[in-house]
Design a protein around this ligand. Sequence first.
Ligand SMILES: O=C(O)CCC(=O)C(=O)O
Length: 278
Amino acid sequence: MPKLLNENETAQFHREGYIFPIKILDDEQISFNRSLLERFESAQGKPIGGAQRNKSHLLFKWVDDLMRHAMILDAVEDLIGPDILCWNTLFWIKEAGSESFVSWHQDLRYWGLDTDDLVSVWLALSPATPESGCMRVLPGSHRGDLLPHKDGYELDNLLTRGQEIAVQVDETKTVEMPLQAGEISLHNVRLAHASGPNRSTDRRIGLSLHYMPTRAKQTVGEWDSAALVRGKDRFGHFSITPRPSRDLDPVTVSFHEKATTAVREVLFKDAEKVRETL
Ligand SMILES: O=C(O)CCC(=O)C(=O)O
C-alpha cells in the first residue's frame, strides 16, 4: 500500500526520472525555516557556504527535522522501500540577481555510491521559478549508461568541480521544474539536470536531501556517513550520523567536520584542482 504517491506519480518517476511538485510546508513553516537560516547567516555576517552547505543536518537541528519530515519520507519510501538512509543535505542558494548556475550533470558520476535507487528531494524555501533559476531536467536520462563529464571550474558554477556533461544536451527535450516555496521535486540521482542564473529580486533557496536504501555502499571513499531516517539498517555500510540536540551542538559539529572532509575527498577524487570555496 503506497504511503503518499499515487500509481501515476510512481510510474512517472521510474519512467521519466522525476516528479514534482508536492506541497510539504505551509507558509508558517516556510518562514520559520527560512528565518532560522537567515538568522544564522546574519550572525556569521555572510551567507552559508563552503562545508556548511553539506551535511547541514549535523549543524542545524531544523535541517535534521526537515530531513525526517514524514511526508518526504513517505514519498521516498514509495520509491525505494522502508529502510532509508539520508547521505547528504545540501543547500543550493542563488542570491537575488546573481549569475550562479548549475551546469548539466548527473550526480551519481561523482558521489561514489553504488546504487541506482538514490532519490534527490529538492525542497524550495523560496520560489524556484524560471526567472530565479529553477532546475531543468532531461527526462529519461537516468536510464542507460552515465554520460561522460568534464570539469570546468567556473566561479559562478555551484558544482564542486564545475562538472558538465561532455556531450550536447538537446535543450528542446528538457523540462523546467518550477516550485513554490514549501514544495518539493524528486529526481533519480542518474537524471541529467541543470539550472540557470537568478534574475529575480529574491534569493532562490533550495535544500536538497539525498536518500538511498540501507543496502547502498560507498565505493570510492574508505569511510562515509549517513543518517538513518526510517526503518532498520541491517548492512552497516555507513557510520550513522548523530542527531543534533540543538543548532550547532558541539558533538554533531565535530562529526560534521569529519563527515564533510570524507565527502570532499570523494567529490574531488582524481580532480585536477580542489576548490576551497565550496
Ligand atoms: O539547485 C540547483 O539548481 C541544482 C541542484 C542540483 O544539482 C541537485 O539537487 O542535485
